[in-house]
Design a protein around this ligand. Sequence first.
Ligand SMILES: [Zn+2]
Length: 440
Amino acid sequence: MDEEWDGDEIPFSEYIREEAYHPAPDPLGPILDVDGMLSSMEAHRLHQIECFRLAAHARAAQTGRTSPDLVERSVRLELAAAMRITEYETEALMIRGHALVHRYPSALDSLGRGRMTRKHAEILVSLLDAVDIDLVPRLVQPAVALAEAEPVGVFRRKLRELIEQVQAPTIVERHEAAVKKRRVVYEPAVDGMAWLSLYGPAVELKAGYDRITRMGKAILRAPDGTGDADDDTATAPDGRNLDQIRADVLGDLLIEGEVAGHPDRARGIRAEVVVTVPALSLLDDEHAAKGEPARVEGVGPIPIGKARELCGDSGNWMRILTHPETGMVVSVGRDSYRPPRAIRRLVRWRAGRCLAPGCNQPADRCHLDHNIDWALGGETEVTNLSPFCVGHHVVKHGTEWEVQQLAGGVMQWTSPNGRVYLVEPERRLPAFTIDEPAPF
Ligand SMILES: [Zn+2]
């Protein structure tokens, strides 16, 4: 018999308990449904905020008493007070609402249908708003498609890359203009400290940073040092950590140039930068204009002329052309648990970053994981190694997630609920095949 409706509201906790008796076949389904509704609601909210803003401007235009700037402030205060959030947050919502309604309506539509999250919409607006207005129309559709397909961190990275690509034809001009703004800034800080900042071409500065890092690590490994310089918590015999040593080394170099007090290992160490250049782009400008831009690891795209200069130089650059180079060491089998340097570099270079779903931790700050444990017979080879950041390394080993390396270094993460996520490495290694003799 139905219970009589007595007019009182059913407490939410009761309602939740009722639901729990009827579990859905997919336990994540209800959560994802609500998530989609939140996205949809967010689209409505931003649209309503923009309508509210426009109405306020229209009213002000009729009376002619308030400047547009003051209308904005008034609207912001009113919204913030009503929604009980800060004005800072409110302003971000207003900017986003305006951008989505007027500049990126297809993104608003996608958000409204629950195909991207509010975080995706936020990133899409902030990244596209920073692009030259002429280039934006080419970016909106691919940006929406990425937002609908990728987790937030990956989406942000890929959209940045896309923007860099679209802007690449103007990179020479933009770089030249930017180089003219190079400078050193000295800023006093409290406690008898100060900042010295150098703004300059990224390639040289990254090389410089890598150099002081290597010098710092050499000092950490000095006799009596606690040893493993790859351990972030390692300290030198005098108690200095890597951050402090880097600062001291740079200070020494600035002030004294060549420093006699450094151990031999730390002297004359040169930077090593990984440059990726599409092979054809090296040939001539015509190919360069058509192809992908050259990239420096950790820096981004660089002018092709600069890349040619770097690749022509025999010294300190690890050059990786995007066509097969032979002679790579890819496996040492069961000879050694710790991968030799060539393999460590190759595995990190291939992955680019932590190969957990949605993670953007750069590979050089990751642990190298034997995907099949060494203890269980896993080999030390590129097909059994991948970088995971400390957090995801723990997840892989300590939870019910199952992680497997597929062909091409793709990682398959299977969630405790059986959902499967494939994480693509940044790059593919060239495949080395041996021609089989014909059977007849
Ligand atoms: Zn990670």
